[in-house]
Design a protein around this ligand. Structure first.
Ligand SMILES: [Zn+2]
Length: 250
């Protein structure tokens, strides 16, 4: 059993809300935290996503950004009594820039990512080249440098007892949600599959797919997968401030 601590890696300010809520809310602006999760059981220190760094790319990808020293991964881990080298496992939900930067900090970690996600990240559609940091002046995504530490997985899989990944594509081709047994409750880190609480409804007709997606049919397939968990698990959404209201989920 594990405790889950949400980490705030910074904020996207004045984000167009319809980027989260497909075909709704045009012209409305919101701020959105960039979240990662520290998952611990006293022995293991696991990260789900590694957030955005302060790299030139991060600072220029999205404007305006609130990225202060308190949002730096090193600083955050220190506040939890950890060094980056204490992290033994990283599970990347997907390989968009704001979920997989800071990778080089984790020198002792094994990185888990879906095969379909790696394949797409190597050769995304032109529209998606930027979020995957592909092309443009020799830019290289950090995850490529971690190749020898990456474990490519294909489909649903147990990572360790109490933690399973569940494939929920749509936002990206190889997106994986992370199911975690807590001490009192079960959790599903749905991440960008359900970016805001507002997106989720068990009724598919009322569910709002994320505005950023590669395949709308996959979004509805993933909705059917999430339904298997929605009664028994608390969802942890991708960019929703409400997640940060609790320092620990257990
Ligand atoms: Zn994403």
């Amino acid at each position: 059993m594990f405790k889950i601590k949400p980490l705030n890696l910074g904020e996207l300010l004045g984000m167009e809300l319809s980027r989260f809520t497909y075909e709704r809310d045009w012209g409305e602006k919101v701020n959105a935290p960039v979240l990662a999760y520290l998952v611990q059981n006293g022995e293991r220190n696991i990260l789900v996503d590694t957030g955005m760094s302060s790299s030139y790319f991060a600072r220029n990808y999205y404007e305006p950004l609130n990225k202060e020293s308190e949002h730096e991964m090193d600083f955050i881990l220190k506040s939890h009594g950890l060094e980056a080298t204490d992290i033994d496992t990283v599970i990347w939900t997907h390989l968009h820039w704001d979920h997989c930067q800071n990778a080089e900090l984790f020198k002792n970690a094994t990185f888990f990512v879906q095969k379909k996600e790696i394949e797409y990240a190597m050769n995304p559609l032109p529209l998606h080249r930027r979020p995957y940091e592909v092309g443009g002046g020799g830019q290289q995504p950090e995850w490529i440098k971690m190749m020898d530490k990456i474990k490519v997985i294909d489909g649903n899989q147990e990572i360790t007892k109490g933690i399973d990944v569940v494939v929920t594509p749509g936002h990206s081709p190889g997106f994986q949600s992370v199911s975690i047994k807590g001490y009192n409750d079960n959790y599903l880190i749905v991440g960008d599959t359900v970016p805001l609480k507002r997106n989720w409804d068990p009724n598919p007709a009322k569910y709002i797919p994320g505005g950023i997606h590669v395949d709308l049919k996959d979004c509805y397939f993933s909705h059917s997968q999430l339904l298997k968990y929605s009664d028994s698990s608390t969802f942890l959404y991708g960019h929703d401030y409400s997640i940060l209201e609790k320092p620990v989920y257990e």
